[in-house]
Design a protein around this ligand. Structure first.
Ligand SMILES: *[C@@H]1O[C@H](CO)[C@@H](O)[C@H](O)[C@H]1NC(C)=O
Ligand SMILES: [Cu+2]
Length: 565
C-alpha cells in the first residue's frame, strides 16, 4: 500500500509540474493521472486499481474543497502562491532527494509558478481561509499514507490499525500504541483502541482478554453474551457461581466488559455489518493485551492446546482421541452461522436469559437515548460520566457522542483534566487544536515570511496549530488543557464518539459562545490581558449567543455573504 502511495505521489507531483502553467481543468488532470497509473508496468491489476482510486479520490477531494467559496470564477489551480506551496511541499516528499536536489527542486517551483503568474489576491482574507482548508484537504489525500502525516502525533488513520484477525467475514483490529510515534501521548500509553467489524449473520468466537474494555456499538444489531460471576448480595459463601448474561445490542449501546470475562457476539442482522469500537485498558502489561480463545483449534488457536495431552486427559477424564476431535476449528474468529444457529443464539433461553439480571456493574446502557447535554441547530452532545455510571467509574472514563450538524462546528473548548480519544463514526470535516508541544510547519512558514523584528521580541510559549482532516475511521487525541474545535463538512453530519480518560471532575471550559471563560472575567482583567479597551474585548466574546455548537466557518461566510448583498 505504502509503495503505491509513494508512486501515486510521484505521479501527482509530476502532474503538478506539467500542468502548472496552463490552467488545467480537473477532468484533464484526472485523466492524466489515470493514464499514468495504467502506464506503470510494474503494477499488477490490483495495484493499478488502487492507483486509479487514489487519482479519483484526489480529484473528488479537490473538487469538493476547491469548488466551495471561490465565488469569482477563479479556480484554485491558477493561484500561483498556492502552486508554489504545493510544489515545494512535494519537493520535500521525494524520499530519494538529497538536500541539494531539494533546493534545486524548490527554486524550480519558484521559477515555474511565482514568476510565471501574477501575485494574485494573496491577502484577501476570505481567500486565505478557503485556501487553508483546501490545502489541508489535499494534503491528506495526496500525501495519504506517506510521510507528512506521521508528523502529526495526534491523528491515527486506517494504516495505524494493526490487524489482529482478518477473515472473509469481518475484521478485528487494534490501534498502534499511542506512544508509537511520539512520547507526547505518554499519559495515555496504557490505553488502546480496537474495533470489530462483522458481516451479517456471523458469530464472533468466544474469548476473554487480559484487559478491561468498554465497547460502543457504532452500527448494527446483535446479541452479546458474557459469562459473569454471579455476585448476588445474599451469597456469602466464597464459592460464587457463574452465569451467562445475554442481551441484545444496537447502535449507541455502551457495554462494560471486565477483564477475564468470556464474551461472544452474534451479528443477527440480515444485511447490515456489526461495527463495535472498543476502549481497552490492559491489566497485565501496560499497553499490551491478548485474546484467549477456549473454543477453537488451529484458527483461532485454543489455549487448551498449550497443555499436554495427558494433563488434559486427566482434567477432563476423557481419552486423547475424543479430545483431539474437538480442536478442529480453522474458520477464524468470525464465523458464518446458519439461520437456525443465529436464532438459537439470539433467544437467550436457558440460564442467564435476556438482560437485565445479576450484577449491574456491567449492565449496558444506550448513550444516544440519553438527554443531550448540549443541543441546538448545529449539533448535539451526549455524555455519560463515571459519577453517574458505575460501569465507567473504575476506569475513570467518560464516554460521549457528538453529532455535529453539517456545516456546523463544536468548540473551541478545552477539557480541564481529561484526555479525549475521539473516533470518527461517520461524516467528514476537520479539527484544529492549539498545542504548545509541536511547532506547526505552516505557521512557521508564515512567520518566516514576516519581518524578523517582531519575532525577536517575543518570548515564552508558542502554540503550534494541529490541524487535520477527519473522516470515518479517523482517531484523534486531544490532551487536557488543549483548546480544540471540530468542524463538520457541509456534506454530512460529523459524528464522533469520544472516550475521555481521567474524567472524574473534568469540566469542559468553553472558549466561545454563551458561558465562555472570557465572559466571566472582570473588564479590567480583559483590558490588561488583551491590552485593548475592555469594551472591545467584551463585544467580541459576547457576540455569539449559541452554546458549544455553532455555525461553522463555511456556513458563517455564506450567511455573511448573503447579508452583505
Ligand atoms: C444526528 O443529527 C441528525 C440531525 O442533524 C439526525 O437526523 C441523526 O439521527 C443524528 N444521529 C444520531 C446518531 O443521533
Ligand atoms: Cu500539546
Amino acid at each position: 500500500m505504502r509503495a503505491i502511495s509513494v508512486i501515486v505521489l510521484v505521479l501527482l507531483s509530476a502532474l503538478v509540474l506539467v500542468s502548472g502553467l496552463a490552467s488545467v481543468t480537473e477532468d484533464v488532470e484526472l485523466k492524466q493521472c489515470r493514464d499514468l497509473c495504467r502506464d506503470q508496468k510494474q503494477f499488477d491489476e490490483k495495484q493499478q486499481h488502487v492507483c486509479i482510486q487514489r487519482c479519483e479520490d484526489y480529484a473528488r477531494e479537490k473538487k469538493e474543497w476547491g469548488g466551495r467559496g471561490h465565488g469569482r470564477g477563479e479556480s484554485a489551480e491558477t493561484d500561483p502562491e498556492r502552486r508554489v506551496r504545493e510544489c515545494k511541499h512535494q519537493c520535500e516528499q521525494h524520499k530519494r532527494y538529497g538536500e541539494q536536489e531539494r533546493e534545486v527542486c524548490r527554486s524550480q517551483c519558484e521559477k515555474e509558478f511565482r514568476e510565471g503568474g501574477g501575485r494574485g489576491r494573496r491577502d484577501d482574507p476570505e481567500r486565505k481561509y478557503y485556501y487553508d482548508v483546501e490545502e489541508e484537504g489535499e494534503e491528506q489525500e495526496v500525501f495519504g499514507e506517506g510521510g507528512e502525516r506521521e508528523e502529526n502525533p495526534y491523528v491515527f488513520r486506517d494504516e495505524h490499525f494493526l490487524k489482529k484477525a482478518e477473515s472473509q467475514h469481518g475484521r478485528v483490529g487494534v490501534l498502534q500504541r499511542f506512544t508509537e510515534r511520539s512520547e507526547l501521548l505518554k499519559g495515555i500509553e496504557n490505553f488502546r483502541i480496537g474495533f470489530l467489524e462483522a458481516d451479517p449473520q456471523t458469530f464472533i468466537s468466544p474469548a476473554h482478554f487480559d484487559a478491561d474494555g468498554v465497547l460502543f456499538v457504532v452500527q448494527g444489531r446483535g446479541t452479546f453474551a458474557m459469562i459473569r460471576e454471579n455476585r448476588g448480595r445474599t451469597t456469602t459463601s466464597s464459592r460464587s457461581e457463574i452465569k451467562r448474561h445475554s442481551f441484545n445490542i444496537e447502535t449507541g449501546d455502551v457495554i462494560r466488559v471486565h477483564a477475564g470475562t468470556p464474551v461472544y457476539v452474534v451479528n443477527k442482522h440480515e444485511s447490515q455489518k456489526l461495527v463495535i469500537i472498543k476502549f481497552i485498558r490492559p491489566v497485565n502489561t501496560p499497553g499490551a493485551f491478548e485474546a484467549f480463545h477456549g473454543p477453537g483449534g488451529d484458527n483461532p488457536e485454543s489455549f487448551f492446546r498449550a497443555f499436554s495431552p495427558e494433563l488434559l486427559e486427566a482434567a477432563f477424564k476423557v481419552d486423547r482421541e475424543s479430545l483431539q476431535r474437538i480442536f478442529q476449528q480453522k474458520e477464524g474468529t468470525i464465523i458464518k452461522a446458519s439461520r437456525e444457529q443465529i436464532r438459537a443464539l439470539t433467544h437467550g433461553e436457558e440460564g442467564g436469559g435476556i438482560w437485565p439480571f445479576g450484577g449491574e456493574s456491567s449492565c449496558p446502557f444506550n448513550l444516544l437515548h440519553r438527554r443531550p447535554t448540549h443541543k441546538n441547530n448545529y449539533g448535539q452532545l451526549f455524555e455519560a460520566d463515571p459519577n453517574e455510571f458505575e460501569q465507567l467509574d473504575d476506569l475513570d472514563l467518560m464516554i460521549s457522542f457528538a453529532n455535529i450538524t453539517r456545516g456546523g462546528m463544536s468548540g473551541p473548548f478545552y477539557n480541564s483534566k481529561a484526555t479525549k480519544i475521539a473516533y470518527v463514526v461517520d461524516g467528514e470535516g476537520y479539527f484544529e487544536m492549539a498545542c504548545p508541544h509541536v511547532s506547526s510547519t505552516r505557521k512557521q512558514g508564515r512567520r518566516g515570511q514576516s519581518t524578523g523584528s517582531s519575532r525577536g521580541s517575543r518570548q515564552g510559549t508558542t502554540y503550534g496549530q494541529v490541524k487535520s482532516r477527519l473522516k470515518r475511521g479517523t482517531v484523534f487525541v486531544v490532551p487536557a488543557g488543549h483548546p480544540v474545535a471540530t468542524v463538520a463538512s457541509t456534506n454530512n453530519n460529523l459524528q464522533v464518539v469520544c472516550f475521555e480518560v481521567n474524567a472524574r471532575d473534568n469540566f469542559k471550559f468553553q472558549l466561545a459562545g454563551k458561558n465562555n471563560v472570557m465572559s466571566k472575567m472582570e473588564s479590567q482583567a480583559l483590558e490588561l490581558g488583551f491590552g485593548v479597551p475592555a469594551k472591545e474585548v467584551e463585544q467580541i466574546f459576547r457576540n455569539q449567543n449559541e452554546e458549544f455548537f455553532f455555525p461553522g466557518p463555511v456556513m458563517q461566510q455564506r450567511r455573511r455573504g448573503h447579508s452583505a448583498v
